[in-house]
Ligand binder design. Structure first.
Ligand code: NAD
Length: 502
């Protein structure tokens, strides 16, 4: 590895993104490099080293060395680092949001939400002294007291996707580190810049060297993390295909694994719904972040009269959407997708929808006014549950409308979906909402809420093929994932009492 002392200007042309091992920012000597783009412009803005086993080895050594001291650091002292990190994030809030917009392409407003949701997890981790407390049962047996304690598990690793460059890494490492673990983050190679900046801010907040490390890359780096005997736990967020791979290989190597995958989230509109509020919520859920959210609403089920009404309102709202360069145009409502491969994949899905006979109401094409990776917001109607566009995660600005007979049929269709992140209903009927919440087979349910978004105080409860593992990210489940329980049974005879003849 070459010591860089920070960012490396490679021959005066392109920024090379460094890894973080211990206290050193280093540009590793690797044979393969990836490209980081500004998706609004379709321009390469940095190059990222595609790390492998050698770089992972160095990071594990740094994290393991730091674990010896960090795991013994008092809980309030660990919490103090979280408070300082939170202050750093608040004071660099706008800078982080702008960086996310630059490398991911989402609007500035969406990028602010990305940072804010992440800060809320740091806020949660500030309470670690309380969150890590155990339980006691005096006299669990005659003369014996029982106490439980939660202890850190060692070096943990996190592998994250491109769509939330700040929030998803922040779901993981603040809680893991607050619990007394050390951490290796492998951010998406498509958006490594935000992760690097988060780590810089944490170090500036006084985090000891080696507690947080960063490596970059794709499958090779991930497999090295999954197979390394020095890593105790893996947190993964990304597509279902890779989540399953991470779960299987990580478990085979004796690690605890939490692996969150893709989704196909359903939105049901009942005839009694408030259609103006519902249309606004659906527009945000379907086209926010250009549809690149694991909680994006991508299937719309209009029940009865709701179907034609909501379709017409959505078509009118789509016509008003401003699509454009999110770095330059603060009025843009929707930005590009992440790269040209995503754009081509989304356009192919749209072609399949047309070929299978769904009615294309709006969109369907590449937005040609720019060199960026744009796809126009697309609405299909009259689709059927077996079609590609109703079954597969498209991960782009494509909304597919089905017309179930009634709520029973809508729930039955929703439950044929193999994923299980989220589903929402729009209605004014408590009975319909209750039936839906009880019968729908997924972990995050919304009632008159477009996106039942993950909140730091709760776990993000994906089900079915949207999650592999047991304990989910965030909330108390996150604390349990990053700690293991010790049960101490103690018998203390009172020797002094005996010597006194009591
Ligand atoms: P992805 O699965 O392609 O990549 C995720 C991570 O895995 C990245 O760090 C990437 O480098 C790595 N990776 C990619 N291919 C790999 C391989 N073959 N072997 C090992 N590692 C590999 O996902 P993405 O395109 O970055 O993100 C979009 C996906 O993430 C969507 O499916 C979306 O639904 C999902 N997602 C899920 C959640 C959730 O909480 N369930 C949240 C955000 C995104």
């Amino acid at each position: 590895m070459t010591e860089s002392g920070g960012w490396q200007n490679d021959g005066g042309r392109m920024m090379s993104v460094p890894v973080l091992v211990g206290e050193r920012w280093v540009v590793p000597t690797v044979s393969a490099w990836g490209s980081v783009f500004n998706p609004s412009l379709g321009e390469e803005i940095a190059r990222v080293p595609m790390c492998g086993a050698a770089e992972v080895e160095v990071a594990v050594q740094a994290a393991a060395a730091a674990f010896t001291t960090w795991s013994k650091t008092a809980a309030p002292a660990r919490a103090a680092k979280m408070f300082a990190f939170k202050a750093q994030l608040e004071s660099h809030f706008e800078e982080l949001a702008a960086l996310i917009t630059r490398e991911n392409g989402k609007t500035l407003e969406e990028a602010r939400g990305d940072v804010r949701r992440g800060i809320e997890v740091v806020d949660f981790a500030c309470g670690i002294s309380h969150l890590c407390k155990g339980e006691t049962l005096p006299q669990v047996a005659d003369g014996i007291d029982g106490v439980t304690m939660r202890e850190p598990i060692g070096v943990c690793a996190g592998i994250t996707p491109f769509n939330f460059p700040a929030m998803v890494p922040l779901w993981m490492f603040p809680i893991a580190i607050a619990c007394g673990n050390t951490f290796i983050l492998k951010p998406s190679e498509k958006v490594p810049l935000t992760a690097v900046r988060l780590a810089e801010l944490f170090l500036e907040a006084g985090l000891p060297p080696g507690v947080l490390n960063i490596v970059h890359g794709g499958r090779e780096a991930v497999d090295a993390l999954l197979e390394h005997p020095g890593i105790a736990a893996i947190s993964f967020v990304g597509s279902t295909r890779v989540a399953e791979h991470v779960y299987v290989i990580g478990c085979r190597h004796g690690k605890r694994v939490q692996a969150a995958g893709g989704a196909k989230n359903v939105m049901i509109v009942m005839p009694d719904a408030d259609l103006d509020a519902t249309t606004r919520a659906i527009m945000g859920a379907a086209f926010g972040c250009a549809g690149q959210r694991c909680m994006a609403g991508s299937i719309l089920m209009g029940v009865g009269d709701a179907a034609p009404q909501v379709r017409d309102r959505l078509a009118a709202a789509i016509d008003k959407l401003v699509i454009g360069d999110t770095s330059a145009n603060p009025k843009a409502d929707m930005g590009p997708v992440i790269d040209s491969a995503s754009r081509e994949r989304i356009l192919r899905s749209i072609e399949l929808g047309v070929a299978e006979g769904a009615a294309l109401v709006r969109g369907g094409q590449h937005e040609s006014q720019s060199r960026g990776f744009f796809v126009s917001p697309t609405l299909f109607d009259q689709a059927s549950p077996g079609m590609h566009i109703a079954r597969e995660e498209i991960f782009g600005p494509v909304l597919t409308m089905l017309r179930p007979r009634d709520l029973d049929e809508a729930i039955a269709w929703a439950n044929r979906n193999p994923y299980g992140n989220g589903a929402v209903i729009f209605t004014n009927s408590g009975g319909a909402a209750r039936q839906f919440a009880r019968e729908v087979q997924c972990g995050m349910v919304g009632v008159n809420v477009g996106v039942p978004a993950p909140m730091a105080a709760f776990a993000f409860s994906g089900w079915n093929r949207s999650f592999f593992g047991d304990l989910h990210v965030q909330g108390i489940e996150g604390v349990m994932f990053y700690t293991r329980q010790k049960i101490v049974l103690s018998r203390w005879d009172n020797a002094y009492r005996r010597t006194q003849g009591w």
